[in-house]
Write a protein that binds this ligand. Structure first.
Ligand SMILES: Nc1ncnc2c1ncn2[C@@H]1O[C@H](COP(=O)(O)OP(=O)(O)OP(=O)(O)O)[C@@H](O)[C@H]1O
Ligand SMILES: O=P(O)(O)OC[C@H]1O[C@H](OP(=O)(O)OP(=O)(O)O)[C@H](O)[C@@H]1O
Ligand SMILES: O=C(O)c1cccnc1
Length: 492
């Protein structure tokens, strides 16, 4: 019945799991929906065996929060389908977004087990937005990270994003290509993404052009007569014996009427073929013509092709990028860290697990990036309670939160708070930078990271340390809860 709304309804308000609404209903009925709560988003392990992530997704989260209200059809659906009573439907009808959001900036280099976003406000509202925020941040951060890995592998060559046709639906293509641009790609084939985000668009042609004209000569010639910039796809029949000689013939015939940019190969042994193609182009006097390559490439095949001396100048990357083929999920979570009690006091909360990595860190926090003034490189991130400022100390004791014997004292450092204010009580106060600035910010951030953390295979673990006070309060809370369970009064 509501299916016809899909086309025009861009509201994501119901883009939430039913269990969020179930909890909100309970909070509402028990009179605690308005209690102040703080949730934080973080992930537990770097994806792809990488040493860091590139944070992305904030722009979409801002758009989402900006439009967060229940439409009449949303309320009608909830009433009819879930059977909520009129009181609750009325409460949702008057819903007004009052959240405070603090977040990493897009393009920031981030690490496991540090808060990437902090959502503060009425408990019910914090709960409503969990699903959509995780959906957005998990995907875009994963993809921007993959892009940074590809960018590292191409070693300065051009890299074009080709993934739309293989993406998990249209939204993934759109936001995934934006993440690609942030992480280091130069352009996208997706024209809509170009229009919406200002990403440079680029493209060659497909095999169908050759098939439509019946032979390579007719096809390349027709393309050249209708375009100035020409990259010919040379592998429809036989790259070396037919495709490349035909491309050269058309380039010779058209002369200065076209800008013969090069040829694209899309199959076969790319190392072997690209060397042959390079030789042919050079011999024909087209030393500046570039060789473009595509065909299920990713950072691993690119690294291998580089090692084999492949003569590829521009890389087109689709399927394996846009689907995050080798690791399809980042696994970021959204955890309650603090809640107002019946006496209007904020109380730290914790989720305990026998698996150390799954124990959440209680309390509302800030992440500080500590960089040594002498080196201009990052020493590590220091996570402490919001309100504590490490710039007031002469030295900082930094220790691994699990293996505490791994520690160091840092002096002469600069500390920068990474969680920035985006919304205060529902009001957007953050001016989102232009996409090109985000991209440049990402590149500059990567410069601030030692190579040991950046290598794509077995990187060093970057220090994400807890302040002594936070560490102690986490340990104390774990002890308190264990103690209560032992005494049998954990539920009193
Ligand atoms: N020299 C090479 N070293 C490592 N990987 C390569 C090399 N050449 C190509 N590849 C990669 O190997 C895979 C080969 O794919 P595939 O088996 O589909 O062969 P193909 O030649 O592309 O066949 P098709 O004509 O069906 O497209 C692709 O992922 C490609 O990027
Ligand atoms: O290989 P990817 O990294 O996914 O890059 C995108 C792929 O999409 C196109 O192939 P497709 O077979 O869809 O169309 P074509 O007729 O142009 O080859 C293109 O030739 C690439 O191979
Ligand atoms: O422009 C291209 O060559 C292109 C675009 C999308 C997918 N594959 C190739």
């Amino acid at each position: 019945m509501f299916y016809q709304e899909l086309g025009q309804d861009d509201s994501l308000t119901l883009h939430t799991d039913l269990y969020e609404l179930n909890m909100i209903y309970t909070y509402f009925k028990k009179g605690i929906a308005q209690r102040k709560a703080v949730f934080e988003v973080y992930y537990r392990q770097e994806p792809f065996g990488n040493g860091y992530c590139v944070f992305a997704g904030l722009e979409h989260v801002i758009l989402y929060l900006q439009n967060l209200k229940f439409k009449a059809s949303d309320l009608q659906y909830l009433k009819e389908e879930v059977g909520y009573d009129d009181d609750f439907i009325d409460y949702l009808r008057h819903f007004e977004m009052k959240l405070t959001l603090r977040s990493m900036r897009e393009g920031e280099i981030v690490f496991a087990n540090e808060p990437l976003m902090q959502i503060e406000g009425p408990l019910a509202q914090c709960q409503l937005v969990e699903t959509a925020i995780l959906n957005i941040i998990n995907y875009q951060t994963l993809l921007a990270t993959k892009a940074a890995r590809v960018k590292l592998a191409v070693q300065g060559d051009g890299v074009m994003e080709f993934g739309t046709r293989r993406a998990q639906e249209t939204d993934a293509a759109l936001w995934g290509t934006r993440a690609a641009y942030i992480g280091g790609f130069d352009s996208t084939s997706n024209v809509r993404a170009g229009k919406l985000f200002g990403i440079p668009i680029s493209g060659t042609h497909a095999h169908s052009l050759v098939e439509a004209f019946g032979n390579e000569y007719e096809a390349f010639k027709a393309y050249a007569e209708t375009h100035t910039d020409c990259v010919f796809l040379v592998d429809t029949y036989d790259t070396v014996r037919s495709g490349v000689p035909t491309a050269i013939r058309v380039a010779d015939e058209m002369g200065s009427k076209i800008n013969f940019q090069g040829v694209r190969i899309d199959s076969g042994d790319m190392a072997y073929i690209s060397k042959q193609v390079r030789r042919e182009l050079d011999n024909a006097g087209y030393k500046d013509a570039k060789i473009y390559a595509s065909n299920d490439l990713d950072e691993n095949t690119i690294t291998s092709l580089k090692m084999q001396g492949a003569k590829i100048d521009v890389w087109g990357i689709g399927t394996k990028y846009i689907t995050a083929y080798d690791q399809p999920a980042l696994g970021a979570v959204y955890k309650l860290v603090s809640i107002e009690d019946e006496n209007q006091q904020m109380r730290d909360t914790i989720k305990i697990s026998s698996n150390a990595i799954k124990v959440s860190t209680p309390g509302k926090k800030q992440v500080w990036r500590i960089s040594a003034n002498t080196q201009k490189k990052n020493e590590g991130d220091w996570v402490c309670r919001a309100g504590v400022d490490p710039r007031q100390f002469d030295s900082l004791f930094m220790f691994h939160p699990e293996y505490t014997y791994i520690n160091k004292v840092v002096t002469d450092y600069t500390a920068e708070p990474l969680l920035k204010e985006i919304y205060i009580d529902g009001k957007l106060i953050y001016q989102q930078p232009q996409l090109n600035e985000i991209k440049a910010f990402c590149a500059a951030n990567l410069d601030g990271l030692w190579d040991e953390y950046k290598r794509s295979l077995n990187p060093q673990e970057y220090p994400v340390d807890l302040s002594q006070e936070l560490y102690d309060s986490k340990m104390n809370l774990i002890q308190d809860i264990r103690h209560q369970i032992a005494k049998g009064d954990a539920n009193k």
